[in-house]
Design a protein around this ligand. Structure first.
Ligand code: SAM
Length: 194
């Protein structure tokens, strides 16, 4: 049971349920973020350890069926999505450290997560392989690409955020915009959140 993008120390964070925000990049880790959480070191790609704020969840949740059981596939470090969904009356199962790509998964109706962007293609492929409905929060430019296009053309619904969303407590916004990339969950194929 190993995350591919993390060092093995992340496995000891398996049952940690904390809303965490990475704050600094350490020199000497080019393209990577090194942080200490609950006194445990983790090394991740800088784009992987960001946590989903309510403003990114609300437009999606308001369009989802509360009768379904959702699987938050990346809640091993941060349970921000799981907590917010439960508070709002959704049935959600957390990953609790399971590797989405390698481990056996529990029963659920649909995947809902903010995947690590450095391995987004693997998450996209896995969702289509599972052949279940899904909602993945991804950079808008994920739309382009031969490898992804092969999957997307078999079905995709989008909720696009026209404003950029901040994923850190300091309110700084990333240079990219995000969208919910969904399949078999939404009534509309394309919606914009202004
Ligand atoms: C963008 S963060 C989102 C975290 C949390 N789900 C949220 O939205 O607040 C992506 C998370 O995926 C985790 N992760 C990386 N590889 C994974 C894998 N193969 N299976 C499950 N989680 C993974 C990372 O440790 C990171 O916490």
């Amino acid at each position: 049971m190993r995350y591919q993008s993390n060092t093995e120390t992340i496995n000891s964070l398996r049952y940690t349920n904390t809303y965490l925000t990475p704050t600094k990049t350490i020199q000497g880790y080019p393209g990577a973020l090194k942080q200490r959480i609950n006194n445990v070191k983790i090394n991740n790609k800088g784009s992987d350890e960001y946590y989903t704020p309510p403003e990114a969840l609300e437009p999606l949740l308001s369009r989802l069926d509360k009768q379904l059981v959702y699987y938050e596939a990346t809640s091993g470090v941060s349970s921000a999505i799981v907590d917010y969904m439960k508070e709002n009356g959704f049935s959600v199962v957390g990953s609790e450290g399971r590797d989405f790509l390698l481990d056996e998964l529990p029963e659920f109706d649909a995947v809902l997560t903010n995947p690590p962007y450095s391995i987004r293609d693997k998450f996209i492929e896995k969702c289509y392989e599972l052949d279940k409905p899904f909602a993945l929060l991804l950079p808008v430019n994920t739309l382009q690409g031969v490898r992804r296009g092969k999957y997307f053309k078999t079905g995709l619904e989008l909720i696009v955020f026209n404003n950029r969303i901040s994923f850190t407590e300091d309110g700084v916004k990333p240079h990219f915009g995000v969208a919910w990339f969904c399949k078999d969950l939404l009534k509309e194929k394309l919606e914009f959140i202004l």
